[in-house]
Design a protein around this ligand. Structure first.
Ligand code: GLV
Ligand code: MN
Ligand code: MN
Length: 429
């Protein structure tokens, strides 16, 4: 396609198909949806997640594109005939299809479907590009079931080398089997790693998940930096026993110890302000019955900050607090899984290009940080990254009510298309 066709009077004439994008968003929202709450549960590598993955692959194939699954379970969609050895650098676009428990329909899914829409649009236009556009659905971004958030992007960045040999989910079931069902292979994770220099840039479109854009009236957010995130999965081990016959003295109550951990995490951020936020969002007591002292409790602690040193300091203090809780409750507390993703900055050239794309579409925009984690912060190990946000209604996310206006979803995808065209044609980096 010639430059004249692409840019008429400085305007891009190429466009996404808004109805197709919104139809796919609605289709995907039915997979894993609870008929009562409307919430969506597609934990990474669960049955519902596999159904969503199959939907994406079918849509890609029907569009004449070539989807494949790497060893980590990431779905990589390319234009047919692309991706042979020694080929061009890629412009990677994507996000994730998995969700939290009882989450919303847009977190992740929107970015994947918009990446597919942009790839389809570019492939059908026959656009000559310096970089090959590729759409990716990263596996298990949320870590809702298997406690390894950013699983797929970590594999792409080669960060899964120090994994325990047989990772399991929160119920002790092996990842090996779940990954295999999704088309991956735990023994070949190294093959999912991309070489430095193979990715020219990574672009991720996402709902904001916070209130900033809605309050200011901006249609587009240009992300300047993404928060750092540490997730520790803890196992508190005490002694189970009869709640009526075991004297208070001498108990080693895993639930009472876990409660102290919850308050220690809150204290770390709210009172001592050692990191921006700290959350215990998951707590799994066993045997979880009213008249038995809990023998074990599994829980997660999620710490976030934009400063890597504060993150490390907060974790160190938390670990000291865990030792004190062990001593005072007679329990053992073990860190059974840990994930760290550093805060990262978006590339200044990609930020400027996203702003230019929004200006070209007459969309008000503003620069803002991301308090949520994204695969982009892991892909940043390998490539410059850019992130585009669209407003979230009521600023809420990770809940069934998460939503955005259709016109904003379309606008975000158009900004992604414009930015992708210029990056892929080599005019930005
Ligand atoms: C990712 O979804 C996060 O929890 O920020
Ligand atoms: Mn999320
Ligand atoms: Mn997300």
């Amino acid at each position: 396609m010639s430059d004249q066709l692409l840019e008429r009077g400085g305007q891009l004439t190429l466009d996404i198909d808004p109805d197709r994008l919104l139809r796919r968003v609605a289709d995907l929202a039915r997979i894993g949806a609870d008929p009562v709450t409307g919430g969506i549960t597609r934990e990474g590598f669960s049955t519902a997640d596999r159904e969503a993955r199959a939907y994406l692959m079918a849509q890609a194939r029907a569009a004449g594109l070539a989807p494949s699954v790497d060893a980590a379970g990431n779905i990589v969609v390319r234009a047919p005939g692309c991706g042979e050895a020694g080929d061009r650098q890629v412009l990677m676009m994507g996000s994730h299809l998995d969700t939290v428990v009882n989450g919303g329909r847009l977190d992740g899914a929107y970015g994947v479907l918009a990446a597919l829409e942009v790839l389809q649009t570019l492939a059908h236009a026959g656009l000559d590009t310096v970089c090959e556009p590729v759409a990716v659905a990263f596996a298990n971004e949320e870590g809702a079931l298997f406690p390894q958030p950013f699983w797929g992007s970590m594999a792409v960045a080669g960060r899964l080398a120090s994994l325990p040999r047989e990772p399991t989910d929160h119920h002790g079931r092996p990842l090996r089997e779940a990954l295999q069902l999704a088309g991956g292979d735990l023994d070949a994770l190294g093959s999912a790693c991309w070489q430095a220099g193979s990715i020219a840039a990574y672009l991720e479109l996402h709902v904001e998940q916070g209130p900033v854009l809605e309050r200011s009236g901006s249609r587009i957010g240009v992300v300047e930096a993404i928060t750092g995130r540490t997730v520790l999965t803890l196992e508190v081990r005490g002694t189970a026993g009869h709640s009526g016959t075991s004297p208070m003295e001498g108990r080693s109550d895993a639930m009472a110890a876990a409660a102290r951990v919850v308050l220690a995490a809150e204290n770390l951020a709210a009172d001592r302000q050692l990191c921006r936020v700290a959350t215990v969002g998951r707590l799994d007591p066993h045997p979880n019955t009213p008249n038995t002292i809990a023998g074990t409790v599994r829980l997660t602690v999620d710490l976030r900050d934009t400063d890597v040193w504060r993150m490390a300091g907060a974790e160190q203090v938390l670990r000291r607090m865990l030792r004190q809780i062990e001593r005072s409750t007679g329990t053992e507390i073990e860190v059974v899984a840990e994930t760290r993703s550093d805060p990262v900055s978006a590339d200044l050239r990609l930020r400027a290009e996203i702003e230019r794309s929004a200006d070209g579409l007459g969309l008000a925009h503003e620069v803002l940080p991301s308090g949520a984690g994204h695969d982009a912060q892991v892909v940043a190990d390998l490539a410059p990254i850019g992130m585009i946000f669209v407003p979230s209604l009521g600023g809420i996310s990770h809940v069934p009510e998460e939503d955005s206006r259709p016109e904003d979803l379309v606008a975000g995808a158009r900004v992604l298309l414009r930015t992708a065209v210029r990056v892929a044609r080599g005019t930005v980096l």
